[in-house]
Design a protein around this ligand. Structure first.
Ligand SMILES: Nc1ncnc2c1ncn2[C@@H]1O[C@H](COP(=O)(O)OP(=O)(O)OP(=O)(O)O)[C@@H](O)[C@H]1O
Ligand SMILES: [Mg+2]
Length: 258
């Protein structure tokens, strides 16, 4: 049996193709852009080419993510909560808590030993505490999103970003730059601010070890470090954290019974 998971997120779209026994055959990551349907089709085409397969070879396709209803070739839609939980347990079987920080929302999910969600808390009404927040700040600081983690590791001073709102925090960052505050310290402060948001969600659901992180923001080592320090626990991060949702969807397709 060959299955696929398609995760159409607010910012990025991923496809994972999986073979018998949960063998990962191919994966793709593309920006979602303005047309979710087209993004899903392009990401699927890229993954199929990688795997040397055609759409007809796929036995079952599960779609997830905020644009999951706009995937014309999907047989089933499953929520991101369920898919991230299942995907994280695939990479790290002892996972009991999943922290997913994507472009537009962040979630903390408590999972059963078999990877079923037991409880979750979510922030989806506000950019603070998400990847979008970091994108806005990287632009204000004139640094690449990809270098935030490395820069924050060079920080020598801990500063606090006091604004809770992305728009106000951006003004705060602009005035910190004007005052000559080192960018490294500002970035560390921003990572701590995201971590505080995540900790609030985490305390709402209760944290159990092991804790694994998914979503694009898990590629930022500075955010991972800040969350881990505040939790007082290490975080598992898969090599490609952005595909966890799509991978969970492909696994659920493999396990589907009808
Ligand atoms: N190489 C990278 N380094 C640092 N951060 C990154 C990198 N790649 C992506 N990101 C972050 O990941 C975010 C996107 O994450 P992801 O792809 O999981 O979001 P999404 O699934 O589209 O959104 P959502 O789950 O909210 O619908 C970006 O906003 C950015 O902050
Ligand atoms: Mg997502």
């Amino acid at each position: 049996m060959i299955t696929a998971g398609v995760d159409v997120g607010a910012l990025s779209t991923e496809v994972v193709i999986m073979g018998d026994g949960g063998r990962l055959l191919a994966s793709s990551i593309l920006p979602t852009g303005a047309n979710s349907e087209r993004a899903a089709e392009r990401a699927m085409r890229e993954a199929l080419t990688q795997a040397g397969l055609r759409l007809e070879n796929l036995d079952r396709i599960v779609a997830t993510g905020y644009g999951r209803v706009r995937v014309p070739f999907a047989h089933q839609q499953v929520t991101e909560i369920t898919c991230h939980a299942r995907g994280a347990v695939y990479f790290f079987p002892r996972t009991r808590t999943v922290i997913d920080v994507g472009g537009q929302d962040s979630k903390v999910i408590r999972v059963s030993p078999r990877g079923k969600p037991v409880d979750f808390a979510m922030n989806d009404k506000c950019a603070a505490g998400t990847g979008r927040f970091l994108e806005v700040m990287a632009r204000a600081l004139e640094v690449d999103l990809e270098s935030l983690g490395e820069l924050s590791a060079q920080s020598r001073n801990e500063i606090t970003i006091s604004s809770m709102c992305t728009v106000f925090a951006e003004s705060e960052v602009v005035s910190l730059i004007a005052q000559g505050t080192p960018k490294e310290d500002i970035i560390r402060g921003l990572h701590n601010s995201i971590a505080d948001r995540i900790l609030t969600l985490a305390h709402r659901v209760g944290v159990e070890r092991e804790v694994s992180m998914s979503g694009g923001v898990a590629k930022n080592r500075g955010v991972v470090r800040a969350i881990s320090e505040k939790l007082g626990l290490p975080l598992n991060v898969p090599r490609e954290p952005q595909i966890v949702g799509a991978l969970g969807a492909a696994l659920l397709a493999l396990e589907a019974e009808d």
